[in-house]
Design a protein around this ligand. Structure first.
Ligand code: COA
Length: 393
């Protein structure tokens, strides 16, 4: 079988966050509910000068060389925060990054599952076209609304992944189990920018889908929990992944090991919040970057979940050596360390401004944003993007 996997991956989020102590104080909640009960420490706040296109462009720009761009013949943009009801975000991205035009470029939506659909499509595509490369994006802005139960689980950012037959981070094994059903646990009606969610129900469905797909996987491939060194979960809030992990610990002969790998995998999500479709892949980056014990050749289980609902459990083998892991760690640690913290009123203003950022003709000049790619506003219903502060004509 052709070896297919992730050759490079990068993460990008905005330069702003709100700490959960600050948010809890403003919402008259015990900070431990947010930090221990939900498992979040900080939450990225995405200003009006960033959207999923610029988040994805800023992430991808960190990893793609001219040689990579020549080889990319498929761009799959996973998002549930699309910037147009018709046009795919991948078209804007293709132009911002200077990707070749002889490519398939499109958007995939199934709540937080979109990027996994892209990854699985890329595996099939690369098996048939081993000399090419595929860019898969998971980019979203998770909005539940101010002073809602889901507010503590907001966040945003993009993970960009270059898949090829020359993997350097993980190699997929071509083993996978999936389950889908029409369920109303979380959705976003066409007129809304904020999610409608039945949070406790969604937690139960998530765990149920994890059990179904992991059970099926074990039967199909004659494996048990003990064939896995670590698990990476979709993490809308980090306690959710822990709840799923705990359902399989009774069968494990390495409970402490799995719990400590989980700690490594949740570190970045706890500081960024929900990324929706990029979340599983930030968890994978966090595991690769922060695990003290993961070795080349170890098997990881990945659980992807998109409300509505689609679940998929699949496996990969670690390829990243210490050097590759340090590159990922330095990249994400530096990005997160550079962010500015916001007070609750500052966060609320930024949140409210970003809700209406693309509704009328305007220029986004209110905030200094030092990212290479920014969203410049709207003119004649057309989106404007900036590179180093200059509108791209
Ligand atoms: N110290 C420590 N833990 C505390 C605490 C305290 N002072 N106060 C409460 N907790 C714990 C609770 O025991 C609970 O733990 P448990 O889940 O292990 O039972 C947890 O904190 C959350 O408390 P709860 O009362 O259930 O919170 P909530 O009703 O405000 O809702 C969510 C929490 C997660 C359901 C809500 O934030 C939400 O809906 N988020 C969106 C979820 C989502 O995105 N789903 C779809 C994507 S898959």
């Amino acid at each position: 079988m052709t070896k297919v996997g992730i050759e490079k991956m990068a993460f990008f989020t905005s330069g702003y966050y709100i700490g959960m102590d600050e948010l809890a104080k403003s919402r008259q909640e015990d900070p431990n509910k947010y930090k221990i009960g939900i498992g979040q420490m900080q939450q990225s706040v995405i200003p009006a000068s960033q959207d999923v296109v610029t988040l994805a462009a800023n992430a991808s720009d960190r990893i793609l060389t001219a040689a990579d761009k020549e080889k990319i013949t498929m761009v799959v943009f996973g998002t549930e925060t699309g910037v147009d009801n018709s046009k795919a975000a991948s078209m804007y991205l293709q132009e911002l990054l200077g990707l070749r035009k002889e490519a398939r470029a499109f958007e995939v939506k199934q709540a937080c599952y979109g990027a996994t659909a892209g990854v699985q499509m890329a595996i099939d595509y690369l098996t048939l076209h081993p000399d090419e490369k595929v860019l898969v994006i998971g980019a979203d802005i998770a909005r539940y609304g101010l002073q809602t139960a889901g507010e503590v689980t907001q966040g945003g950012g993009a993970v960009s992944m270059l898949l090829s037959t020359n993997p350097k981070i993980v190699e997929f094994e071509g083993k996978s189990s999936f389950h889908s059903e029409n369920i109303m646990d979380f959705w976003r009606p066409l007129y809304k920018k904020e999610a409608v969610v039945d949070g406790h129900y969604s937690t139960n469905v998530y765990i149920d889908f994890f059990s179904k797909t992991f059970d099926d996987f074990q039967t199909k491939y004659s494996m048990t929990v003990n064939d896995f060194k670590a698990f990476a979960f979709h993490l809308p809030y980090t306690k959710m992944g822990l709840k799923a992990l705990k359902t399989i610990l009774p069968e494990s002969n390495n409970v402490d090991g799995l719990l400590s790998e989980f700690e490594a995998s949740k570190k970045y999500s706890a500081e960024v919040g929900n990324l929706y479709t990029g979340s599983l892949y930030l968890s994978l980056m966090s595991l690769i970057a922060n695990s003290k014990t993961l070795q080349v050749g170890d098997r990881i289980g990945l659980f992807s979940y998109g409300s509505g609902a689609q679940g998929e459990f699949f496996s990969a083998k670690v390829i990243a050596d210490d050097e590759a892991r340090t590159v990922i760690k330095n990249q994400v640690d530096e990005l997160l360390a550079k962010r500015d913290s916001l007070t609750t009123p500052e966060y609320e203003n930024m949140y409210t401004e970003s809700l209406t950022a693309d509704s009328n003709d305007h220029q986004n000049d209110s905030l200094p944003d030092t990212a290479k790619f920014t969203f410049g506003g709207v003119k004649n219903d057309k989106r404007l993007y900036k590179r180093f502060g200059e509108i791209i004509e």
